[in-house]
Write a protein that binds this ligand. Structure first.
Ligand SMILES: NC(=O)C1=CN([C@@H]2O[C@H](COP(=O)(O)OP(=O)(O)OC[C@H]3O[C@@H](n4cnc5c(N)ncnc54)[C@H](OP(=O)(O)O)[C@@H]3O)[C@@H](O)[C@H]2O)C=CC1
Ligand SMILES: CC(=O)[C@@H](O)[C@H](O)COP(=O)(O)O
Ligand SMILES: [Mn+2]
Length: 393
């Protein structure tokens, strides 16, 4: 039986890997709709490649370009917020959510429909609005399948026991491009150096998050919401080879782990599976050929974003929403060469401390979360010129 699929963020790194998985199983998947941000040519290409029924671009200004690129194909299309929502309304039983950043929250939340499965790559949805999002998913009977490699591995490992018997759930980190760099050298790192991920080929925002280790912090918060584990039962282990993605240590001392070569097609295929696993024609893990795997503790002095994220997870309430918003603004400014590498963590810390004095209950709805996100972004944007000015001096 074929399954119907809609892909949010179809033109990105995860979107392209998803297309590869789907095309390797043409008989199993029917693509209903694809959604992109602003690249009309790329979206038209993936829509044709997958034989999608509908293509939507978030950027309204590119609607005409999309229309032209798809003329004569019979593929319905549109641009702007309403077109994205129309795509989400298409009758798909699985939605793969891979828009980058908090921009993914509203479309992914709109995709929660009774009985559907969401294959979730967009971790920022859970960092910004985890409690409200998961409560809505539960209420509507939506199954959330993690695509993020560590969470996908944990999902599999956690199936070996009960939540109450989990002593620690550990996600691994490659350590990013600056794992072996001294702090003084990291302080001068440019965007090209920060974007040169040692293992994974990913989009620009997550590349910078990996370099600061904020990605791991966001992933701790993501794991907390996905698996109902408090911060004390979550941990990070640096593992440069990125072969072991997640480990669960049980109350009897046994450890269950999820291993795979670092290729996102593996967790994507696992998240899209139905009964049994998909067959993927990918290189197999050969541990004898690899010989050795290495592990080390993360250095939170050189990578302060990790401790900031742990602190907001512990503080709870709206603090993760605030950290996530400040981080996005800081990463944008770093990528635009306006601020320096360690300005990212300093700016995030400054915004978190400004907001921490207030009463910050966890946002009860996604709309509340987006309101707090907006306020924190504005505050972060006001700080950018201060750091930018210092960079110019
Ligand atoms: N890449 C990876 O290996 C992994 C990624 N993830 C997570 O998956 C998500 C996607 O990452 P990745 O694929 O690397 O990112 P990319 O930057 O490669 O792709 C982002 C996608 O989102 C689209 N997009 C951007 N803004 C909007 C918007 N406002 N509305 C609709 N679509 C939009 C982009 O379209 P356009 O190109 O036209 O702008 C593109 O299709 C992130 O949340 C990331 O943290 C998680 C684990 C691994
Ligand atoms: C592939 C994936 O899941 C990414 O989130 C990956 O974890 C990023 O690499 P880091 O481990 O360096 O953050
Ligand atoms: Mn990950």
């Amino acid at each position: 039986m074929t399954r119907s699929l809609t892909i949010l963020g179809a033109t990105g790194s995860i979107g392209r890997s998803t297309a590869d998985v789907v095309l390797a199983h043409r008989d199993e998947f029917r693509v209903e709709a694809v959604v992109g941000g602003r690249d009309a040519t790329a979206l038209a290409k993936v829509a044709r490649r997958l034989g999608a029924k509908f293509a939507a671009l978030a950027d309204e200004r590119e609607g005409e370009a999309l229309k032209q690129a798809l003329s004569g194909t019979g593929i319905g299309n549109g641009a702007g917020h309403s077109a994205v929502l129309e795509a989400v309304e298409h009758d798909a039983d699985t939605v793969l959510a891979a828009i980058s950043g908090t921009a993914g929250l509203a479309p992914t939340h709109a995709a929660l429909k009774p009985g559907r499965r969401i294959a979730l790559a967009n971790k920022e949805s859970l960092v910004c609005a985890g409690s409200a999002f998961m409560a809505d998913a539960r209420r509507l009977g939506v199954e959330i399948m993690p695509v993020d490699s560590e969470h996908n591995a944990l999902d599999h490992a956690l199936a070996a026991g009960l939540n109450r018997d989990v002593e620690k759930a550990v996600i691994t980190a490659s350590g990013g491009p600056f794992r072996t760099w001294a702090r003084e050298r990291i302080a001068k790192a440019n965007t090209k150096e920060a974007s040169a991920h040692p293992v994974w080929s990913m989009g620009s925002k997550i590349n910078i998050d990996s370099a600061t280790l904020m990605n791991k912090g966001l992933e701790l918060i993501e794991a907390h919401h996905l698996f109902d584990l408090e911060v004390e039962r979550l941990d990070v282990l640096v593992h440069p080879e990125a072969i072991v993605h997640g480990l669960v240590q049980w109350s009897d001392g046994a450890v269950t782990s999820g291993l795979a070569l670092p290729d996102m097609k593996v967790p994507i295929a696992n998240a899209l599976r139905n009964q049994g696993r998909l067959k993927m024609n990918l290189p197999r893990l050969d541990l004898a050929a690899i010989g050795r795997l290495s592990f080390e503790r993360p250095d939170e002095e050189r990578f302060p974003c990790l401790s900031l994220a742990k602190a907001v997870l512990k503080a709870g309430g709206a603090m993760p929403t605030i950290l996530n918003a400040a981080n996005e603004i800081a990463v944008e400014a770093f990528m635009a060469d306006r601020i320096k590498f360690y300005d990212i963590s300093e700016l995030v810390e400054s915004i978190c401390s400004t907001f921490s004095g207030r009463n910050n209950p966890a946002p009860a709805t996604v709309a509340d979360a987006l309101g707090i996100d907006h306020e924190a972004r504005q505050a972060a944007r006001r700080l950018i010129p201060v750091y930018a000015e210092a960079t110019r001096l």
